[in-house]
Design a protein around this ligand. Structure first.
Ligand code: DX5
Ligand code: ZN
Length: 223
């Protein structure tokens, strides 16, 4: 299970996204947070910005849809060039149908859970997914403090994913930093979103590598 780092450009300079992507050239993905001011109390970017960045960035785009009615909008983000499209379980009307549509469109299908949403009701549909995203803050803003109370859910989700047997990734997002990433890796996460930790660093690319090596240490502590 490979460790992957996905810097969130929510904390980058929106006037220079192409240059910001180049500052994290060792990242595995670029994480783009789409917010609609309905599902979350914030408004960010949509498909045209993702399309523009996908055309010039070296890294594939990981689109995190914090929007109402993802069933309607997810295909737009595949067309825009996202390699991974994650919808929120709380917002999807038909999550199984939606996951199948995303995969049929050629993207990886991700499903996100807010901190208070349990994983267990979704046990039977995990094989429909390529990734589960466990939010470790309430979605909507960068720079919030990591919620330790999410760690047991990460651990339970990892156990359920291992039972499915296929290589389903487990992503964490929110407050992931040098001081929290080892705990997430130890609990079973393998894809790490970090916004303020990466783009707030003097050398964002060095921070990506620092986070990667700390995550490896967290994985090693479990074996
Ligand atoms: C928050 C977003 C995150 C955000 C993380 O709702 O989903 O991707 O950019 O920011 P940090 O890493 O600063 O907590
Ligand atoms: Zn996000």
């Amino acid at each position: 299970m490979g460790i992957q780092i996905a810097p969130s450009v929510l904390s980058a300079d929106f006037a220079n996204l192409q240059a910001e992507a180049a500052r994290v050239s060792s990242a595995d993905w670029l994480h783009l947070d789409v917010m609609d001011n309905h599902f979350v109390p914030n408004l960010t970017i949509g498909a045209p910005v993702i399309e523009a960045l996908a055309a010039v960035a070296r890294q594939p785009i990981d689109a995190h849809l914090m929007i109402a009615d993802p069933d309607r909008w997810a295909p737009t983000f595949i067309d825009a060039g996202a390699g991974s499209v994650t919808f929120h379980a709380e917002a999807a009307h038909a999550p199984i149908r939606l996951a199948r549509q995303i995969r049929a469109g050629g993207a990886r299908a991700g499903m996100a859970l807010k901190p208070a949403t349990p994983i267990e009701p979704y046990t039977e549909m995990l094989s429909e997914l390529d990734m589960v995203l466990i939010m470790t803050v309430e979605p909507g803003f960068g720079g919030q403090s990591f919620l330790d109370l999410c760690l047991p859910k990460i651990r339970r989700t990892r156990a359920l994913l291992d039972q499915v047997g296929t290589d389903i990734w487990l992503q964490v997002d929110g407050g992931v930093s040098q001081s929290t990433i080892e705990r997430c890796a130890d609990a079973g996460a393998n894809v790490f979103v970090a916004g303020s930790a990466v783009f707030g660093a003097d050398d964002p690319d060095a921070m990506v590598e620092e986070l990667r090596s700390r995550a490896r240490r967290g994985v090693e502590s479990t074996v």
